[in-house]
Design a binder for this molecule. Structure first.
Ligand code: HEM
Length: 443
């Protein structure tokens, strides 16, 4: 196994382990909804929530990067600029991730929402991204004129992640920190945009996998694919406006941002739908599991379009803002779209490297079934929680927060139950995939 391929598997394996840890922290945090004192002294909700988001975001980024390294290492026409950079990138990210997890466990916080770690961790993270950027562009730039869309998406994702992750730390400068409105707007703008940047990595991966499964590069070179790319890019740069309805910006900025982000999803839905329609039986069979994950992702793109369309209507947004409906939107997209596309990518890689035995296939299929049924119920429960909270906020002023929370006890219990189902399904799948990756290192 060459060095880049070996580290690609290490990225993917570490991503899967992060997912296992993230799911566990999510479940423990959910359990605290029902029993507020549960492990409160050691891991209170304000540690578990950042740990959960740290691990699940690490899962998304590490497995997307691992996929990119793997796919490039398999192309005989591509010679990596520097093999050692891949190695340094991996160790930097691994050690930084461990450092951040330790600081959350020891209640050492220092940042903003979603990036609650002490600010010095910014430096190793950004160095890791820069190493990836230098390696990617030095390796790929000579042929950029013939790039299919996924190379553009990966390159764009890397550059914009460096830019917006830096932007998210501008609050360290007093000129930003001391101006409340600027500080607030920049925080949400940067947050929306770096999610857009990682979406470029994930959607690029989806287009790569679909092209390779169908052995048809026309998907990745079509006008529709490039239109999708430019919409994604515009959304990444300007789409944050619909995240900050409460900040006073001009209405037209919000309308344009909203229209772009909805169109982007409609196009993604239609690309996967066309691909599925035109794919022959043999190709579906040869990449059965990767195909299943991609189809499920398409279903979730559809559900998320509907939810996002609704919650972006300003009068509904007023009602849903800060409720579990927003959590249904963020978990719906990070699980339903990102996670499913990344599982499609990992299983595509492993189906290429190994013949899946009947037992492996059975376990993964069982895992998918358990995961999917639980996830639908989990998502609906989040919507119910959100509607109840919105109703309480606007229509039940005479009921105290404590009484309201007590009345929600059983719905929280149902949420945790479905969360457990979601975890069980994803554990079944992830353990099997980790076993296969371990076998790769043994041979
Ligand atoms: C691949 C799996 C998962 C992903 C990608 C994921 C992602 C996320 C994200 C992005 C958030 C932040 C939401 C926001 O700020 O709007 C979140 C919050 C949360 N997640 Fe998950 N999640 C996953 C699985 C789970 C599971 C299985 C549970 C179990 C019950 C869970 C419980 C929670 C809880 C309790 C919160 C905090 C919500 C709050 O602030 O009240 N998650 N998750």
């Amino acid at each position: 196994m060459n060095n880049v391929k070996k580290y690609a598997f290490l990225f993917i394996g570490t991503g899967l382990i992060s997912l296992l840890l993230g799911l566990l922290c999510g479940l423990l945090a959910g359990f605290q909804y029902i029993v507020p004192d549960f492990i409160k002294e050691t891991l209170p909700f304000n540690s578990l929530r950042p740990l959960h988001t740290l691990f699940v975001v690490s899962w998304i980024l590490l497995s997307a990067m691992g996929g990119i390294y793997y796919y490039l290492s398999q192309n005989p026409e591509i010679k990596f600029f520097n093999h050692q950079f891949v190695q340094w990138h991996f160790w930097l990210f691994l050690l930084t991730g461990i450092g951040i997890a330790i600081s959350y466990v020891t209640h050492n916080f220092g940042g903003k929402e979603y990036l609650e770690f002490p600010a010095y961790f910014y430096f190793p993270i950004i160095v890791g991204w820069i190493l990836l950027g230098i390696n990617y562009f030095k390796t790929m730039l000579p042929n950029f004129k013939t790039w299919p869309v996924y190379y553009w998406m990966w390159g764009t994702g890397i550059v914009f992640m460096i830019f917006h992750f830096t932007e998210a730390h501008l609050w360290l400068l007093s000129s930003f920190r001391d101006n409340f409105l600027r500080n607030f707007a920049i925080q949400w703008k940067a947050g929306g945009s770096y999610v857009g940047a990682w979406n470029q990595l994930v959607y690029g991966t989806a287009l790569f996998v679909m092209s390779k499964i169908s052995s048809d590069e026309s998907y990745a070179k079509s006008k529709k694919a490039f239109f999708f790319y430019f919409l994604g890019l515009t959304n990444l740069m300007f789409g944050w406006a619909h995240h900050i309805y409460i900040v006073p910006t001009s209405p037209w900025i919000r309308y344009v941002a909203y229209a772009i982000s909805m169109t982007e999803w409609v196009i993604l839905f239609s690309i996967i739908y066309d691909w599925k329609k035109n794919l022959g039986k043999e190709k579906k069979k040869a990449n059965f599991i990767a195909y299943q994950f991609m189809i499920l992702a398409d279903f979730w793109v559809f559900l998320n379009i509907i939810l996002a369309l609704l919650i972006s209507i300003p009068s509904i947004n007023l009602f849903t803002h800060g409720t579990h409906i927003t959590v249904a939107h963020s978990m719906g997209t990070t699980i339903g779209i990102n996670t499913l596309i990344l599982f499609s990518s990992i299983t595509y890689i492993l189906e290429k490297e190994f013949m899946f035995t009947a037992t492996v296939l059975l376990k993964i299929k069982q895992g998918i079934k358990i995961f999917h049924i639980s996830f639908i119920c989990f998502w609906v429960t989040l919507l119910v929680l959100g509607v109840k909270k919105g109703h309480w906020t606007y229509f039940s002023q005479n009921i105290s927060f404590g009484t309201f929370q007590n009345s929600m006890h059983w719905i929280y219990a149902v949420f945790v139950l479905f969360g457990f189902g979601l975890l069980t399904g994803l554990y079944l799948i992830s353990f099997k995939l980790l076993q296969l990756i371990r076998n790769k290192f043994r041979t």
